[in-house]
Ligand binder design. Sequence first.
Ligand code: ADP
Ligand code: MG
Length: 233
Amino acid sequence: MEKRDHILEMNDVFYRWPGRASFALAVSDLRVAPAETVLLLGESGSGKSTLLSLICGTILAQSGSVHVAGADIGALSAGKRDRFRAEHIGLIFQQFNLLPFASVRDNILLPLRFAPDRAGRVPMPEAEATRLCRDLGLPDEIAQTKAGTLSVGQQQRVAAARALIGTPPLIVADEPTSSLDAATQATFLDLLFAQSRVHDTALLMVSHDARLADHFDRVIHMADIAQTTRGAE
Ligand code: ADP
Ligand code: MG
């Protein structure tokens, strides 16, 4: 298989946090196809967030390879990696990481500042931010509101809009539903899936919550793809 057939491909990746002998993560083979939705399940501490950082190139594997959209992440310089991430990956963090004093609008448009190609796909940024808010069930007036004043459910939708704007080919989400009740969780996932279907976006979500499984094309267990070494410090 050519690397370009998959939006994500990890091969024989090994990672150990610097200065921490007790934890190591080894991933033999993980692939995600374009437009595929994948749930990666694993218990707390199994290395899910570490794995997502490797995919995003915020940390680099000590051995093995990570390809995103055909590019070898480990072969890019730090600056190129930042640009590449902004262009190709929509990120939804566990705590959403919105800028609390910035408006909802500015939070949603933020990734476009660092990604000229992605920005080029959004000729009318204001209108697109409004459309995304609407599609994600947020009222139009919310665009001017400071993100820090929103409810958790609203912050989560804004984080999703920020990940979706400019249609990156891969969305990576780190337990984004863990602070929501079951009904809000289901609504959020439906909205996220609907958006990613329209734009053929692949979605890789990590979670410890097996109840989410039904929503996804494929479910992978950390235990089946990764060897996690854990011990005393
Ligand atoms: P999960 O997301 O599955 O709960 P993590 O990837 O967050 O797991 O954590 C796996 C291990 O990596 C833990 O032992 C954690 O303490 C360690 N770890 C996570 N982030 C860092 C970091 N920035 N520096 C050092 N160790 C870290
Ligand atoms: Mg985590």
